[in-house]
Design a binder for this molecule. Structure first.
Ligand code: NDP
Length: 316
């Protein structure tokens, strides 16, 4: 039996190269993407063989779309062996928040709430799979952590007391802490929520299900389209800066390979772990379990994140 992995946002960057790497290892990859024509072209462009993947529509920025995706996946009759939550938007130049169909701020919805709902729903599908080794992997990032050099540049993430979530997260609210809209902070906040989600899934469900829940920082993949909404000059200088000054630069191929390792290799079967290869990439650099940021390792915050996110996404 071929193992099946669902990867969100597999139409570009880290997700696409993770799809390529897992297909090469013999997995069937369900590419969960918002634009299927783009995803199909992307799969072809990296040379994935047509029988190694299928395409399924999902818009993480819409909770109804997430629910529909899970329905469609179940109709497909495949069993689920791994889920990779990878899709994200980063829109540093926005002046006003964009909104999901539910009225929630769009960066937090796409990166966190959509995935939070997807993880909770697909937990059932993972449980049903007969595979002995099942995993759920959520992409983290160094910028979630102000204790790391790469995470020191302001604005820093701050979930506050989830005031924005508590108040319903709709206009005029746009930030999790209820404060003024700041799109870079919205991205970082959403990534802290991603790490908290992984840790809370581990705490709640690892013992009873045997599922491995992990997160990773694949390195700075400075030339993915993630930065497409930044100033053109930034897009030119950032990869150069990461290659020559910080040493953080990782190719998309290597980042995809790292995700595939965390999904499939026995060394990465440690639930609750956040994997990193460090900030400066050395040749044949080894991965290690990294301490996450103070907010992301705060159990009380994790519990609150869970309860308030559950309220916002509604019933499964
Ligand atoms: P890309 O922008 O290249 O890829 C993002 C993917 O998410 C695309 O496939 C995009 O689809 C998809 N996506 C965006 N919005 C939605 C949506 N509403 N519904 C469905 N899919 C959506 O970014 P990266 O590959 O760089 O980033 C991937 C992950 O890696 C993110 O979680 C990011 O936080 C993380 N990461 C990235 C780092 C980096 O340096 N690049 C470093 C650390 C972590 P479409 O093609 O249609 O736009």
């Amino acid at each position: 039996r071929k193992s099946t992995v669902v990867i969100t946002g597999a139409s570009s960057g880290v997700g696409l190269y993770a799809a390529k790497a897992l297909a090469k290892r013999g997995w069937h990859v369900v590419m969960a993407c918002r634009d299927l024509a783009k995803a199909e072209a992307a799969a072809k462009s990296v040379g994935m063989s047509p029988d190694s993947y299928s395409l399924m529509q999902i818009d993480l920025g819409s909770l109804d779309s997430v629910r529909q995706f899970v329905k469609n996946f179940r109709v497909s009759g495949r069993s689920l062996d791994a889920l990779v939550c990878n899709a994200a938007i980063y829109m540093p130049l926005l002046k006003e928040p964009l909104r999901s169909p539910e009225g929630y701020e769009l960066t937090m919805t796409t990166n966190h709430l959509g995935h939070f709902l997807l993880c909770n729903m697909m937990l059932e599908d993972l449980k049903k799979s007969p595979a002995p080794d099942k995993r759920m992997v959520i992409l983290g990032t160094v910028t979630h952590n102000p204790d790391e050099l790469g995470g020191k540049i302001p604005p820093r993430p701050d979930l506050g007391n989830f005031e924005g979530f508590v108040e319903g997260f709709k206009d005029p609210i746009s930030m999790v802490d209820g404060k003024k809209f700041e799109p870079v902070k919205a991205y970082k906040d959403s990534k802290v929520c991603n790490v908290l989600t992984m840790r809370e899934l581990h705490r709640r469900y690892h013992d009873s299900t045997g599922i491995t829940f992990t997160s990773l920082y694949p390195g700075c993949v400075a030339d993915t389209p993630l930065f497409r909404n930044h100033y053109p000059l930034f897009q030119k200088l950032f990869p150069w800066f990461q290659k020559n000054i910080t040493g953080g630069y990782v190719s998309q191929d290597l980042a995809g390979e790292r995700v595939a390792m965390v999904v499939a290799d026995p060394e990465y079967k440690q639930s609750g772990a956040y994997w990193s290869w460090g900030n400066r990439q050395k040749k044949n650099g080894k991965s290690f379990v990294q301490k996450v940021s103070p907010q992301a390792r705060d159990d009380e915050k994790a519990e609150k994140m869970w309860i308030f996110s559950q309220k916002l996404v509604g019933s499964l």
